[in-house]
Ligand binder design. Sequence first.
Ligand SMILES: Cc1cc2nc3c(=O)[nH]c(=O)nc-3n(C[C@H](O)[C@H](O)[C@H](O)COP(=O)(O)O)c2cc1C
Length: 203
Amino acid sequence: MSQVKLAVIFYTMGGTNYQLAKWAKEGAVEAGAEVRILKVEELAPQSVIENNEKWKKTTEMIKDIPVAKSEDIEWADGIIFSVPTRFGTMASQLKQFLDTQGGLWASGKTVNKVVSAMTSAQNPHGGQEATLLSLYTSMMHWGAIIAAPGYSDPVLFKAGGNPYGTSVTVGQDDKMVEDVEASVKYQAKRTVNVAQWVKNGQQ
Ligand SMILES: Cc1cc2nc3c(=O)[nH]c(=O)nc-3n(C[C@H](O)[C@H](O)[C@H](O)COP(=O)(O)O)c2cc1C
């Protein structure tokens, strides 16, 4: 049984989705996967980032994380995306990454990737589910297999247990309101397990 390869791909401005990605990595490693944690390319002008202390600090914090490439998607059996909600949908930096995978998609290499997604938003009803659903719409075009958590474990009935994928509220103080660590780790394990089943079936 060969080891599942999982890419955890995130975008963050304030660090939340980096933390979610790190928990996902921990959960996936515990489940036996080989994991790459990757960020998507920043699109905002450097001058804008420089004028925002929080953004500047986050950029420095993640400076050594590799930028996701098409080769990472090709390499991965499974992918977990983590992205802030922006005006009710995913941040454009991640959308741009998806939109630059047309070549990979055209060659059939996005098919059967096992995916799930996570998000954060400032308001409890700020569009988390809409963000996850719009991301999953793109994944259907990829021919990916969506391994949403559903209510497949008791952890989903606790804080942050969103059947579409983990979501967390970020307060004005930039801290996470709900404790979602267990939900994230569970989601990562489920994504790895489903990826393992698909991988075994293809062998
Ligand atoms: C341009 C912009 C649009 C945003 N739109 C929403 C939104 O629609 N709903 C919401 O609840 N929060 C919204 N937020 C807040 C972000 O979702 C929040 O800051 C983010 O989830 C924090 O994640 P991060 O720390 O990984 O950057 C928005 C923030 C920005 C900068």
